[in-house]
Design a protein around this ligand. Sequence first.
Ligand SMILES: [Fe+2]
Ligand SMILES: [Fe+2]
Length: 359
Amino acid sequence: MVDTLKKQAEFTEMRPGVKAPAAETLLTPRFYTTDFDEMARMDLSPNEDELRAILAEFRADYNKTHFVRDEEFAQSWDHIDGDTRRLFVEFLERSCTAEFSGFLLYKELGRRLKNTKPLLAECFTLMSRDEARHAGFLNKAMSDFNLSLDLGFLTKSRKYTFFKPKYIFYATYLSEKIGYWRYITIYRHLEAHPECRIYPIFRFFKSWCQDENRHGDFFDAVMRAQPHVLTGWQSRLWCRFFLLSVFATMYCNDVQRADFYAALGLDAREYDKHVIQKTNETAGRVFPIVLNVDSPEFYERLETCTQTNAKLDAIVSSSVPGWLKSLQKLPLYASNGWQLAKLFLMKPINVSAQHGAVR
Ligand SMILES: [Fe+2]
Ligand SMILES: [Fe+2]
């Protein structure tokens, strides 16, 4: 009991058993909103058949009975303790917040497009059904560690980032596809090393990631219906920007939490490199360009960012006055800005010529 309390005390609670949400930073999952009227005006006819086929898949609801907690969950998880417990709860919280963010956006899109774009609206509503299941399942998992998230509070308290539809498509397409690769890579690893499966949720990732894959395919189809999203120099620059943002955020986050991946028998860096490689390849089927992630420069610069972030963390947790902290942080922000700018300027790989050859 005392031990449990000690473990609980590592997190701030809003109410007993309800975890205060992690502070919002550049690296935490975002909540999005968009221009619903612009979305309602989109012409989807160039790819309507594919969208109808995807809707049929969503309606089939393959994972209807998948997210049911079985007897393996019904045990004490107090043996996952100390830092591993803290990192594990953080992993569940981040994943839950990201899934919930998808739920909110898709649900709102489903609601707002109902009368003007029924095909799109139904796809969004069915995707929000999936994301609600994912977020709920993760939140339930948190309760095994005597904590949960107040998702209603999160809905009201979080800042929403506005993106025009085009940018929503790049960002959500990538987050669905990277989500697929993250889940399937953990699943495959634990399938080969069952002794590292410290908690039953990972068993669910195989069918779960298929939901994310289908969601990604939906955005792929929407972008193909809107060729201006995928052509021209501006689109190329935006694809570069979003690929880099998604990869850099994940790499910095995961390296910072390497102990969590180590608890699963994974090397955070190797895991991320694999996920980045695969997501980059997948994105190449629809984006006109992908990043040159095979160049040593790519990870050298990301490593510099992770070292800078570690210094930033040390400043935040130091006892110096606030004004001095801000001063100390400045050159480090400038360093990260420089590294990211250099990464952005790295020559991308043009893949548009390969499109149509393989789908
Ligand atoms: Fe999801
Ligand atoms: Fe998803």
